[in-house]
Design a protein. Sequence first.
Length: 267
Amino acid sequence: MRTVTSADGTAIAYDRAGSGPLLVFVPGVFNDRTTCAALAEQLRDRYTVVCPDRRGRGDSGDAIAPSDAASYDVQREIEDLDAVIAAEGGTAAVFGFSSGAILALMAAAAGSSITKLAVYEPPFALGRLTGSAPDGLPDRLAALIADGRPGDAVATMQLEGVGLPPEMVEQIRQSPMWPRLEALAQTVVYDATITRAPNLPTPEMARLDLPTLVLSGAESWDGVRDATKALPTHLARAHHVEVPGGAGHEIPAEATAKLVDAFLRDS
């Protein structure tokens, strides 16, 4: 594990392995650096793979106090990614997963040193997907965090931000994974901000002169697949590929690695 200091003084932890061109992974809501580890492992023979903990997760710090979670600005996480890229060579291809894919596109549009971009099922509100955090959700989540109610913040994000049915949320709440989710509770404010309405590709994203691979799982939710397939029409240099073999929203490492490797070598 390595660390780098972001612009606001936050320590960002990351795992680094392999050799070759730099490839950085940006996970989504409720994720830490282990989320993309299996995919990174598949690619380490050809690339230097870097899996960071986004701020507030795993071994990374967070300059934002729980009482001040509403002050979150996406620019801080763009600076975190920039710091990791700078520490490892200055330019990188980036793989973004779910809401982390939207963050990666935001970073590219803001001028981060990204050479190529692969995104797996970014939940834009396109097609039949109404995948945007409702107006006011980030503030309500921040209020729950400030009140010392992390479990309620997690459940609210699952219900309103992700769209899970109440019975599933209750099952998760009774499961052994719940304490780990509660430990990430403050970061749901961040992902709710990233995906807040209207949650559409921006004009800056549309103008990006950046080779972009848009991936969806063949067996993922209909709305997510529909939105992912629609995304390339909103980007200048993007194309969509469906990951075969029963792939859902969870990343199938081997099949996805083959597609990402081919894209990075050929584009």
